[in-house]
Ligand binder design. Structure first.
Ligand SMILES: *Cc1c(COP(=O)(O)O)cnc(C)c1O
Length: 485
């Protein structure tokens, strides 16, 4: 096995915390109470909390060990396609931890919250400038939540025109959240097949678009990593039929400062701050999925809105045409601080350079791996490239085997089996933050695996060999999770 960097081969062992339970142990010490105990009624507290009794050191070791098993961007390259696992600079953590931000209470009056409101107001303006869609809500808590907000806006748009439509067109390369968001809003998702070159064609959109179609959801660049070349024509066709164009902005990392989303005819777009704007993600959040819209749709955005009155900013909850509130208070503030810090650190030129580097890195990986792995669409890509296991399948080595074997070499696997239109997809997004040396190490590992698949396929089929746990029964883990000892 070639040398690798990072955490492959960890062999620590750790039982469930419940197995450390010893009646009466405690992780804190408090002075004895000098007043009589006055227990709350059981129906208020739900009785004694069902947690193990452990000492402080047991507690700290348990979670520190488990934290050390985490694959994290701070440990290794994490080329998970569509997820933009870029490095999250530590300065943003410092800004988010500033006492005034960290302790800002969402219920303090606006007059005492001018700093937080100013940050949010400016962030919204920057996002409006970056996308070319000037009206912005920072409220949605994630990309999928932004999509739902967008669907509600489409619904409200048709309603104010005194009509209702039932369908939304969604390309077959879309993220699963797209049809889910449309369906949650009561729309019927209508699948649109990509053409042979991996993009959607204007003619196919024209054939599907009708007076009962509320709009289309487009991811651009799409999840194959290709720019939708017909985009302007497609948005024209949809608009001519009275529909709106929703942009899934999860792949904004490829086009910042390069593409004016508003000018190509997108009416609204969500941004995944936790992807493009380097706020930590993975493991379930928190994230933030601001939605940017055209001036025409601005009145429909969620409340609250930040408005300027004289020198001061305040939250406006009273906007008659608004779709209403989409979450508690106003968004995930800590994430907004990090994104603001990221934008201020890089500036306009820096953001554009981010996208150019992200695209360059993906094309470098694509070019250097295509002799060993089948490239689903052999064209210049944007920020990610999609291979398949077609060549390895001849030796009965699958995408899953390749992904597991990468873990032996200390890399997080790429996204696998997505997008669905590529059989056995391996979707690699290196991001701009990896150096050429790191990309070369990843490429070497992939090429080694390609060689192993020919010379010793069992080695790959039985991978991983150097992780604490080998192959999990993923179905059982999802269906019957054991969360308790
Ligand atoms: C990540 C992603 C989403 C969903 O975003 P979340 O923030 O995870 O809810 C939607 N579409 C695409 C293309 C994505 O990559």
């Amino acid at each position: 096995m070639t040398d690798f960097c990072g955490t492959g081969g960890l062999k620590l062992s750790e039982p469930l915390i419940w197995e450390r339970h010893r009646q009466g142990r405690s992780a804190f010490s408090m002075p004895a109470a000098d007043v009589p105990a006055a227990p709350l009624p059981g129906d208020l507290t739900g009785g004694r909390p069902d947690i193990p009794d452990v000492s402080e050191i047991d507690l700290v070791r348990h979670y520190t060990r488990m934290a050390a098993w985490n694959m994290a961007i701070d440990l290794n390259m994490y080329p998970l396609g569509s997820c933009t696992m870029k490095y999250n600079p530590k300065t943003h953590e410092r800004q988010a931890a500033l006492p005034g931000f960290q302790s800002a209470h969402p219920m303090v009056p606006d007059s005492l919250n001018q700093g937080a409101l100013t940050l949010m107001h400016r962030l919204a303006r920057y996002l409006g400038e970056i996308t070319g869609l000037p009206a912005v809500s920072l409220a949605p808590a994630a990309g999928a939540h932004g999509e739902l907000t967008g669907m509600l806006i489409i619904h409200a748009h048709h309603q104010r025109l005194g009509r209702q439509r039932t369908k939304i067109i969604i390309p077959d390369t879309a993220h699963g959240t797209n049809p889910a968001s449309a369906a949650l809003c009561g729309y019927k998702p209508v699948p649109l097949a990509s053409s042979a070159d991996g993009v959607i064609s204007a003619a196919d959109v024209a054939a599907l678009m009708d007076e009962d179609t509320a709009g289309i959801m487009i991811t651009n660049p799409n999840t194959i990593g290709l720019f939708e070349a017909d985009i302007r024509e497609i948005t024209r066709i949809v608009h001519d039929c009275g529909g709106l164009v929703y942009g899934d902005g999860a792949n904004l990392n490829a086009v910042m400062g390069i593409v004016d989303v508003g000018r190509i005819g997108i009416d609204m777009l969500h941004i995944n701050l936790h992807k493009t704007f380097a706020t930590p993600h993975g493991g379930g959040g928190p994230g933030a999925g601001p939605v940017c819209v055209t001036e025409a749709l601005a009145p429909l955005l969620p409340v609250p809105r930040i408005v300027e009155t004289g020198e001061h900013l305040r939250l406006d909850w009273d906007v008659p045409e608004s779709i209403g509130q989409v979450g508690s208070f106003y968004g995930h503030f800590g994430i907004l601080v990090r994104a603001y810090s990221y934008i201020r650190t890089l500036g306009a030129a820096g953001l554009e350079r981010v996208s150019r580097m992200a695209v360059l890195n993906a094309n470098y990986v694509r070019q250097r791996l295509k002799s060993d792995f089948h490239l689903a669409y052999d064209r210049t890509c944007m920020h990610e490239c999609v291979f398949s296991d077609k060549r390895q399948a001849v030796h009965k080595v699958s995408t899953l085997d390749i992904a597991k074997r990468l873990m032996d070499y200390g890399f997080h696997p790429p996204t696998i089996y997505f997008p669905l239109i590529v059989h056995g997809a391996l979707m690699i997004e290196p991001t701009e933050t990896e150096s050429m040396e790191e990309l070369d190490r990843f490429i070497d590992a992939m090429r080694t695996i390609a060689r192993e698949a020919i010379e010793d396929p069992d080695l790959v089929r039985n991978a991983p060999h150097r992780t604490r746990i080998r192959r999990l029964d993923e179905v059982a883990a999802a269906r019957k999770p054991c969360l308790k000892g």
